[in-house]
Write a protein that binds this ligand. Structure first.
Ligand code: PMP
Length: 365
């Protein structure tokens, strides 16, 4: 069978390992597994969301409200944007896919930072597009604008805060990149972790209205992180209504399930939960910084709900990640990004205690 030529150079996305895998492979009890690999909210989801899902379980047989009226209304109120400016995806991932399919043709180019969210590349390659990366993992304005001038990409991805590094780009710098790009290039500002950056430092806070007056910019957000709904798969794109209308042509019907809509609508009403989640995170991440200093390795200052530890030659990230896995602690090895580094989601106090305990004994061996 002859598959699309474009698939030849696509590497399959490596998702964070699930708890079930550790239970199966290492015979560890599920309750003892500590999963700090997929940047989920360690507080879980809001109890109000869990209750709303349970109450709506008997609606599972119904197709969802395809207009997504209530969720769009909630987002429209939260961000002060028109409902016509909003598209909802099965995770912001699905919106990334819509964007690629709507815009890219074979041999078009897309521009992104050296180390960034892997799906930008995968969706672009599916369309036969070529990947251009800046030299740094940080989003440097000069590097982006130089590469833009040289390659004239169809899409520029700005991931702020950036996954898997955790650093962020100031609003000022994001606007400089947008300003330096012509209106026939789409700039995607992926704010999957924006709630954490906004809480840490105003300079990094970007809301859709800061950027969507540009006709060639889309802001992406998600319910998967601060809102604690990774398992429900709900994300959104916000842009001018004409851009959203084009993306709508890519959308399959009923792309958000009935229960996911219930969950996201309820989560939108519970800002207290989001604030508590960020407060827990802010407290716990400090312990990760202290741990790194105590053990003599570097970390990237994080604007997200995870921290990236950078190891010297003396420590191998693959060995560390594998050894932790055997003890039931799942973290993300960044060797596939050509970094001797690991990305660790900041967990609850107890989860972090366990990680420090296992990692400390490994490093002292
Ligand atoms: N963008 C970034 C930067 C991410 O890290 C992720 C998830 N890891 C996504 C988008 C997609 O998130 P979701 O599909 O869960 O909304």
């Amino acid at each position: 069978m002859k598959f699309n030529e474009a698939l030849k150079n696509i590497e399959i996305y490596e998702a964070g390992k699930p708890i079930e895998l550790v239970v199966r492979e290492f015979g560890i009890d599920a309750k003892d597994v500590v999963k700090l690999a997929s940047n989920e909210n360690p507080k879980g989801c809001s109890p109000k969301v869990a209750e709303a899902i349970a109450k709506s379980a008997n609606r599972a047989y119904l197709y969802p409200d395809d207009s997504m009226f209530e969720l769009k209304e909630a987002l429209s109120l939260r961000f002060g944007v028109d409902e016509k400016s909003i598209i909802i995806g099965a995770g912001s991932d699905q919106i990334l896919e819509f964007i690629s399919r709507a815009l890219l043709m074979p041999n078009d180019k897309v521009l992104m930072s050296q180390v960034t969210f892997a799906m930008y590349e995968i969706y672009a390659k599916q369309m036969g597009a070529k990947i251009v990366r800046t030299a740094s993992y940080q989003h440097r304005v000069d590097e982006f604008l130089e590469a833009y001038q040289e390659h004239k990409p169809k899409i520029v991805y700005i991931c702020t805060p950036n996954n898997p590094t955790g650093d962020a780009t100031t609003k000022e710098d994001v606007l400089k990149i947008i300003d330096g790009v012509n209106s026939d290039t789409l700039v995607v500002v992926d704010g999957a972790y924006m709630e954490y950056a906004a809480a840490k430092d105003e300079k990094y806070k970007i809301v859709p209205n800061d950027i969507i007056n540009f006709s060639n910019v889309i802001y992406l957000g998600t319910f998967s992180k601060a809102y604690g709904l990774g398992g429900m798969r709900v994300g959104y794109g916000i842009a001018t209504s004409s851009l959203i209308e084009e993306l709508y042509k890519m959308r399959p019907p009923f792309n958000i399930t009935t229960l996911s809509l219930v969950a996201a609508i309820e989560a939108s009403r519970d800002e207290v939960f989001v604030n508590e989640s960020i407060a827990l995170h802010t407290q716990e991440i400090e312990r990760y910084k202290v741990f790194a200093k105590e053990h003599g390795f570097e970390y990237i200052d994080s604007y997200t709900n995870f921290i990236t530890y950078l190891f010297s030659d003396k420590i191998d990230s693959t060995e560390v990640a594998n050894a932790l896995l055997k003890e039931g602690v799942i973290i993300r090895n960044l060797a596939s990004y050509k970094m001797n580094a690991v990305r660790i989601t900041i967990g609850t106090k107890e989860q972090n205690d366990r990680l420090f305990e296992v990692l400390r004994s490994l490093l002292n061996e």
